[in-house]
Design a protein around this ligand. Structure first.
Ligand SMILES: NC(=O)C1=CN([C@@H]2O[C@H](COP(=O)(O)OP(=O)(O)OC[C@H]3O[C@@H](n4cnc5c(N)ncnc54)[C@H](OP(=O)(O)O)[C@@H]3O)[C@@H](O)[C@H]2O)C=CC1
Ligand SMILES: O=C(O)[C@@H]1CCC=N1
Length: 270
């Protein structure tokens, strides 16, 4: 069986998101000696991973490059990165908003260009990586990228790039909304009289347990919610607040729409 890992991985930027992917890949067997990280600060990325502060003149044969910097930083790095890519260097990008066409314009030497939209839970192997490539990218490269992402969690191919910002708004940004929800649940408990640490503990364990149950159960989340809500009981009264016309469903639609639309704005800023 061939290895799921590239011969060499070059990460251009390795902060919160690429760093989470890196940690998971290493814990699943990617040899740190096969990874180089470019980051201006020169801060260590992980034990055994080489860190450089400036663009190398050449990349080892068999290198896969992943862009892990912010979209606003891409224009600074592209002039130095483009010449070191060739048609055998798969170029992966986790940049929100930045389209394949924009990447191809900046990196004309790359043949295989793949957009990935991860989320931070990849660090535990419970993340989501959405995946899109255009028809110029070889199916073999795309399959290899999907294989490399498999230890990070759900790998979700996206057929239509115009949906990528919407997908980003849901699964890429989604953990932040869940973290906010955990905070809000605990804060509500505190506001109504619970001791702070206890409210935090209860909120976190409740969200964690409910998420695991939702994953493991055969029923939909809607059915599971109804099973908690005994007729005439306490939960129904609470859910009546969430379910009112301007309640949670509308709030989430507005939230996802605002995030999605920011992706298009970011692409237009290039
Ligand atoms: N955060 C998230 O949950 C998600 C983020 N993304 C995408 O990931 C990308 C990175 O976001 P995030 O990790 O949050 O950002 P961070 O700010 O945490 O990381 C940015 C990284 O880019 C590096 N960097 C800055 N300037 C340059 C440069 N000129 N050349 C090379 N590297 C540079 C930084 O270096 P240094 O370490 O030295 O400061 C840092 O490692 C974005 O494009 C974002 O859209 C996608 C999905 C989810
Ligand atoms: O906030 C952002 O732009 C990125 C995209 C998905 C999560 N973080």
């Amino acid at each position: 069986m061939t290895s799921r890992w590239p011969e060499h991985l070059f990460l251009v930027g390795c902060g919160n998101m690429a760093g989470a992917m890196l940690q998971r890949w290493i814990s699943c067997g990617l040899d740190p000696a096969r990874i180089t990280v470019l980051r201006p600060s020169g801060r260590p990325a992980a034990d055994g991973v080489a860190v450089v502060k400036t663009m190398p003149a050449h990349l080892p044969v068999g290198t896969t490059v992943m862009l892990g910097l912010k979209p606003q930083q891409l224009a600074d790095v592209a002039p130095a990165l483009s010449p070191v890519l060739n048609h055998q260097t798969p170029l992966l990008s986790i940049l929100a908003g930045t389209t394949i066409a924009q990447l191809r314009a900046l990196f004309p030497g790359a043949a295989d260009v793949v957009r990935i939209m991860p989320n931070t839970p990849v660090r535990t192997g419970q993340g989501v990586c959405a995946l899109y490539a255009d028809s110029q990218t070889s199916p073999d490269t795309l399959a290899k990228v999907a294989d490399m992402l498999a230890p990070l969690g759900l790998v979700e191919p996206i057929a239509d790039e115009t949906q990528f910002n919407l997908v980003t708004a849901l699964s890429g940004c989604g953990p932040a909304y869940l973290f906010r929800f955990i905070d809000a649940l605990a804060t509500a408990g505190k506001a109504l009289g619970l001791e702070a640490a206890q409210a935090d503990r209860l909120a976190l364990a409740t969200v964690s347990g409910a998420a695991v149950l939702a994953v493991e159960a055969q029923e939909s989340a809607a059915v599971l919610a109804d099973r908690v809500a005994s007729p005439g009981g306490m939960t129904r009264k609470g859910m009546d607040v969430l379910d009112r016309p301007n309640g949670l469903a509308q709030l989430m639609t507005e939230t996802i729409r605002a995030a999605r639309d920011r992706g298009a704005e970011m692409a237009a800023l290039k």
